[in-house]
Design a binder for this molecule. Structure first.
Ligand SMILES: O=P(O)(O)OC[C@H]1O[C@H](OP(=O)(O)OP(=O)(O)O)[C@H](O)[C@@H]1O
Ligand SMILES: O=c1cc[nH]c(=O)[nH]1
Ligand SMILES: [Mg+2]
Length: 209
């Protein structure tokens, strides 16, 4: 469908903090989760509601609104997607979690799949795919291919930083998805890293460099 870059001041402030060269693992992790949380709030603004009747505090039946349909599934792309998951789950605590494991081959930049485990009845659930980085778009397109192969029909993507090349590739292959991003950056460098970007998000979240 499209990309929404969320220009909320808190989001812009926090993504700016994440770009600092000397950021600690602790701060990077905290900010990735906080942004996951804020992007979830933005991406769920139009979820469908239904009316339900419950017993109110004084034993009188009252009508309340609740989310309609089957529970959402959150889809973190390993590893780095896990770095946003706690923040997303804070707002959607009963979501089902589907996991996709992919890494980018450093030479070809193509995704190499190594794991997948999807929630049951995924064909009836909205999927929120989370990954801090959308670079060439290869990992995201592979994830969307997997989800659709399992019947998933409604997919929204939450990323911290997107590159124009990746956005174009995703929306060309899957024009029905919507991307929510904290930032749309300038370009990719010759190694497929986003500029100005965040560096290697997986390494920063897991403290592996
Ligand atoms: O758009 P692309 O060019 O596919 O690149 C983006 C992917 O690269 C990173 O993962 P990485 O392969 O470094 O794996 P990791 O999360 O295990 O570190 C990132 O978290 C995305 O999944
Ligand atoms: O800039 C990038 C590109 C891919 N993966 C990352 O972690 N960062
Ligand atoms: Mg990585």
């Amino acid at each position: 469908m499209s990309i929404h870059v969320i220009n909320h001041p808190l989001i812009q402030h926090k993504i700016g903090l994440m770009r600092a060269a000397d950021i600690s693992t602790k701060d990077f992790r905290e900010l990735a989760n906080e942004l996951g949380n804020l992007l979830t709030y933005e991406a769920t603004q139009d979820l469908e509601l239904e009316t339900a009747e419950i017993d109110g505090w004084n034993n009188t039946p009252i009508q309340v609104q609740r989310l309609k349909g089957k529970k959402i599934t959150i889809v973190p792309i390993l590893r780095a997607g896990l770095g946003m998951m706690d923040g997303v789950l804070q707002l959607i605590p009963s979501a089902k979690v589907s996991v996709v494991g992919l890494y980018r081959d450093e030479e070809t930049l193509e995704p190499v799949p190594y794991y997948e485990k999807f929630a049951g009845n995924i064909d009836e659930r909205m999927a929120l795919v989370i990954d801090p980085m959308l670079a060439t778009g290869g990992s995201m397109v592979a994830t969307l291919d997997m989800l659709k192969k399992h019947g998933c029909k409604e997919i929204r993507i939450l990323v911290l930083v997107a590159a124009p090349e990746g956005v174009e590739r995703v929306l060309k292959a899957h024009p029905d998805v919507t991307i929510y991003a904290a930032a749309l950056d300038d370009r990719l460098n010759e190694h497929g890293y986003i500029l100005p970007g965040l560096g290697d998000a997986g390494d920063k979240i897991f403290g592996t460099k």
